[in-house]
Design a protein around this ligand. Structure first.
Ligand code: SF4
Length: 251
């Protein structure tokens, strides 16, 4: 089934636009697309996009306020399906009450649920926070681990959260953070034709120099929040406009 579908799409004439359409090739960015053209990932184009992002957001960084890797980890868990602004508000009262992993590990679950309720999905998040804190205390001597493999053993921590912590707290480029903004913009900028964040991350890791992995995701997130917004991108204000041929363009 899959085989015949792939074969059919590959032979179809140029009807599919350069968008985030799931009909796009599920393979790597240099694979020919449905319209016979490769994704826009030539080194020259990628360099031009990076240059544009550098010009617009030279000092982009993580918007989650934190004083140490543990706080960033907890805030990133809280940020699922929630704005960074709201997480920062909750964190202002949460972290003074529970300053260390030990404090969270021994906390009353109902109290944590109450504290983090405004961030949504508070029961699951409380479970992850308590489980992660316990594991950090019991298996990592109270320190947030510094490797992807170890981070992925923590309850509620997947690649996105691990990449945030490694990149922002430790400056370790183990991967690329792919959140909703990075997903949308990678598709619109034709840097990936995948829709699965894990595949998008692999695509981005292939086309970006490793020393850009951390900054690139911050820049894309900022661009996604300020200019290339989901519903109505502000293309007239976008300094990447001349490089972009997304079907979502508004100019
Ligand atoms: S031109 Fe429009 S769609 Fe393309 S990156 Fe800029 S804001 Fe997004």
């Amino acid at each position: 089934m899959k085989k015949s579908k792939t074969g059919k799409i590959a032979r179809r004439p140029a009807k599919i636009s350069n968008s985030s359409s799931p009909a796009r090739s599920a393979k790597a960015p240099r694979v020919a697309a449905a319209n016979g053209k490769a994704a826009g990932t030539s080194p020259q184009r990628v360099r031009a996009i990076l240059q544009g992002l550098d010009e617009a957001y030279p000092s982009a960084t993580c918007a989650l306020e934190h004083q140490n890797p543990f706080q960033l980890l907890i805030s990133t868990i809280l940020s699922a399906q929630c704005t960074d602004e709201r997480v920062n508000q909750v964190a202002k009262t949460l972290f003074p009450k529970y300053p260390t992993p030990q404090d969270f590990a021994h906390a009353n679950p109902a109290e944590i649920e109450h504290e983090i309720r405004p961030t949504g999905f508070f029961r699951n998040k409380a479970k992850s926070i308590l489980g992660t804190s316990k594991k950090i205390v019991e298996e990592f001597r109270g320190e947030v681990p510094r490797t992807m493999d170890e981070l992925l053993t923590l309850p509620g921590v997947a690649r996105k959260t691990a990449n945030v912590v490694l990149g922002t707290a430790y400056g370790i480029a183990a991967g690329v953070v792919v959140d909703t903004h990075v997903t949308r913009l990678s598709n619109r900028l034709d840097l990936s034709r995948n829709t699965d964040p894990k595949k998008i991350e692999q695509d981005l890791m292939r086309i970006l120099p490793q020393d850009r992995w951390i900054l690139f995701s911050h820049q894309l997130i900022w661009h996604g929040r300020r200019v290339c917004q989901a519903r109505k991108p502000r293309c007239a204000e976008c300094n990447l406009e001349s490089l972009c041929y997304s079907k979502d363009k508004t100019v």
